[in-house]
Write a protein that binds this ligand. Structure first.
Ligand code: SF4
Length: 336
């Protein structure tokens, strides 16, 4: 466990080859305030839970991180307050499946992720709050209502689809059907208006047919994702899929399907960016853009990157930007 690091470092001065590889089933980063080495940062990650109980067929996480355990909310709030006092403007609550966060205190009182999200949002109304990652089967309406109820909870959700085919989803052990997934997407758009949804998609999972692939493209069109992380299936040793299913989609077919998924996502992203033109959006300034020191880049609540002439703004400021155009990667605009 990482808690033994001080002991291991001390012992390494006296012995050669000190190691400790046992995974702790209890550790959840409680009472450990990370040392943040860079100063002037705007955004920080705060771990709220560790591990995963889901055992998706292709994933190693439950084997390497163990089962889910949630962190004491008091230590989470203390860390967030500490970040605010140091000038941070945004926190991202992190876990493999934050929606299944669950804390029970000694009196039996419980706290869900929806409750925790509200507590973090109340630390400071100028602190932006994000979270990742959500599992579609655990994204409750309660969470969405809390998102809608606090202006400082960012209106963006990462909701991994992986496949739009029910047969493939079953084989992946994802725990939802394509229609159940779409019901969650509809709930997001109706309860949290203006929210963007991003996703993960795997092309060419074991046994995936052309029809399965078309089902994925179909869900992508219906969901209207703002952005997607897209991969070819690659078996991970030790996982259920690697041990039980042949990796039988030829590589050239995986590549072609992945390219079709990427091309469709580019269309969807462009359509969403086009719809932003002419709007004034609030941007949290992060720092100089990659291309010019005269321009700043920052993010909207919807997690869209915006590049604009810096004017008198400084990193950490909230500025209103009129969106005038876009590039393949960002929105562009001017401060209003
Ligand atoms: S893909 Fe995500 S939900 Fe599934 S086992 Fe891995 S970490 Fe858990």
């Amino acid at each position: 466990s990482y808690r033994l690091l001080p002991v291991l470092i001390h012992r390494s001065k006296e012995e050669r080859g000190v190691m400790h590889t046992l995974l702790s089933q209890q550790e959840n980063y409680e009472d450990i305030l990370p040392e943040r080495l860079s100063s002037g940062d705007i955004s920080a990650f705060v771990t709220i839970m560790r591990g995963c109980n889901n055992y998706c067929a292709y994933c190693v996480v439950p084997y390497v991180r163990g089962r889910e355990r949630s962190r004491n909310p008091q230590t989470i709030i203390a860390e967030v307050k500490d970040l605010v006092s140091k000038g941070y403007k945004e926190v991202t609550l992190l876990g493999q499946n934050v929606n299944s966060y669950h804390w029970e205190d000694p009196s039996g009182k419980t706290l869900t992720f929806a409750g925790l999200l509200g507590l973090v949002a109340e630390v400071n109304p100028l602190l932006r709050v994000r979270f990742a990652t959500s599992h579609p089967k655990d994204l409750s309406d309660d969470i969405l209502h809390v998102m809608a109820g606090y202006a400082n909870i960012c209106k963006s959700i990462h909701l991994p689809l992986q496949s739009g085919s029910d047969a493939v989803l079953r084989k992946m052990n994802r725990g939802y059907s394509s229609e159940e997934y779409m019901k969650r997407i509809e709930a997001v758009y109706s309860i949290v208006p203006g929210c963007t949804v991003t996703t993960d998609i795997i092309a060419g999972f074991c046994g995936e047919t052309e029809e399965d692939h078309q089902a994925t493209l179909n869900i992508m069109r219906r969901a209207g994702y703002d952005y997607a992380y897209m991969f070819k299936y690659n078996p991970r040793p030790g996982t259920y899929a690697a041990e039980h299913y042949p990796d039988d989609v030829p590589d050239e077919v995986k590549t072609r399907r992945l390219n079709e998924i990427i091309a469709l996502q580019q269309e969807l992203s462009e359509k969403n960016k086009q719809a932003e033109k002419g709007k004034i959006v609030e941007v949290l300034v992060e720092g100089p853009s990659k291309k010019s020191p005269d321009e700043f880049s920052g993010r909207t609540s919807q997690n869209r990157v915006v590049v604009f002439p810096r004017g008198n703004s400084r990193p950490g400021d909230y500025v209103n930007v009129l969106i005038t155009g876009y590039t393949p990667a960002t929105l562009t605009g001017v401060i209003r």
